[in-house]
Design a protein around this ligand. Structure first.
Ligand SMILES: NC(=O)c1ccc[n+]([C@@H]2O[C@H](COP(=O)([O-])OP(=O)(O)OC[C@H]3O[C@@H](n4cnc5c(N)ncnc54)[C@H](O)[C@@H]3O)[C@@H](O)[C@H]2O)c1
Length: 299
């Protein structure tokens, strides 16, 4: 298992620190040649130098994934230096907490540009290179449990939900080309967690980035052949698949849904089928009233 990425060339974005650094170092240790990308070029160079100092193969890239030309340049660097692009870990990301009515449009835009467009641009370029090279590949997008909905994380959650949808769609598009596309929802003690009291409570220091790396390496490697379109969560002790949104029964049908029939559908049918929402599984008020007060009797 030690050299499970032997002979592969892999790009890791946002790899100057935190999770990306761990993914890059572990991938190199597993035999991959690695492009260590980070918008903080000094940090990227430090990670690459560390890999080279331990007999690994790595080059640094200070490109910004949110710029389509620079995203393409990261992939071209990999193909130019190492002759192919076999894997991409779309890890670069931004995060902050804000209530929706206090958020700042410029901050929202910057987050979406990196977390969504950065993943799209880098993934597009990687897919193109993998198809040209003709031996398939593996794309691992870094999503988040926040994609299920979390307080004060609306823009971030939306960006990670977009990454999940992109993963399902690209897995469909790329299966025939032999490119697998999966996503990982990590939890690890990084500066992203240090900034939030709530995250710190849920993420003790022993949840190191290195504990998520084996999952990412597995998805990059040939041992995960046949696995695509999946969202996998690892938070340290737990490892599980994240269920996908689905069309829930009952599906009501009539020629036209007018205001009256929509009201009746909710009053008479859907009220009993509402879903708990968000990562915390909050019960909607209309259902909550059944769960408060005296226990229900069936007879
Ligand atoms: N830490 C967690 O518990 C956690 C949980 C869920 C998801 N994630 C996701 O994991 C990924 C890594 O997070 P982390 O905790 O290591 O964060 P981090 O802030 O420690 O590292 C992110 C890195 O991405 C780089 N970066 C930011 N914008 C970039 C850009 N436009 N181009 C290139 N590089 C850029 C930063 O310079 C930084 O070095 C992110 O996508 C994050 O959303 C983290």
């Amino acid at each position: 298992m030690d050299r499970l990425l032997d002979g592969k060339a892999v790009v890791v974005t946002g790899a100057g620190r935190g999770l990306g650094e761990a993914f890059a170092v572990h991938a190199a240790r597993a035999g991959a040649a690695v492009v260590v990308n980070d918008i903080d070029a000094e940090l990227a160079e430090a990670t690459a130098a560390n890999i080279r100092a331990h007999e690994g193969r790595a080059v640094a890239s200070g490109h910004d994934v949110a710029d389509p030309d620079q995203a393409k340049a990261i992939i071209e660097l990999c193909a130019g230096e190492f002759g192919s692009v076999d894997g991409l870990v779309n890890n670069a990301g931004l995060n902050y907490e804000a209530l929706p009515w206090q958020d700042d449009p410029a901050r929202v835009r910057a987050l979406i540009e990196t977390n969504v467009l950065g993943v799209v641009y880098t993934g597009m370029a990687a897919a193109q290179a993998m198809i040209e090279h003709g031996r398939g590949g593996s794309i691992v997008n870094i999503s988040s449990g926040a994609s299920l909905g979390q307080r004060k994380l609306g823009a971030y959650a939306a960006s990670k939900g977009a990454v999940a949808s992109l993963t399902y769609s690209w897995a469909l598009d790329m299966e025939e080309a032999g490119i697998r596309v999966n996503a990982v929802c990590p939890l690890a003690h990084t500066r992203m967690v240090w900034k939030s009291e709530r995250s710190l409570r849920n993420c003790p220091p022993d949840r190191t980035p290195g504990r998520i790396a084996p999952l990412v390496l597995f998805l990059l490697g040939d041992g995960s052949r046949g696995i695509t379109g999946q969202l996998v969560r690892c938070n340290g002790p737990q490892l599980h698949i994240v269920g996908q949104p689905y069309l829930k029964q009952p599906i009501l049908e009539r020629d036209v849904w007018d205001s009256d029939s929509v009201q009746r559908a909710f009053d008479e049918v859907f009220s009993a089928h509402l879903e708990p929402y968000g990562l915390e599984k909050r019960v909607p008020p209309r259902l909550r009233k059944w769960m408060e007060g005296a226990p229900l009797r069936s007879a």
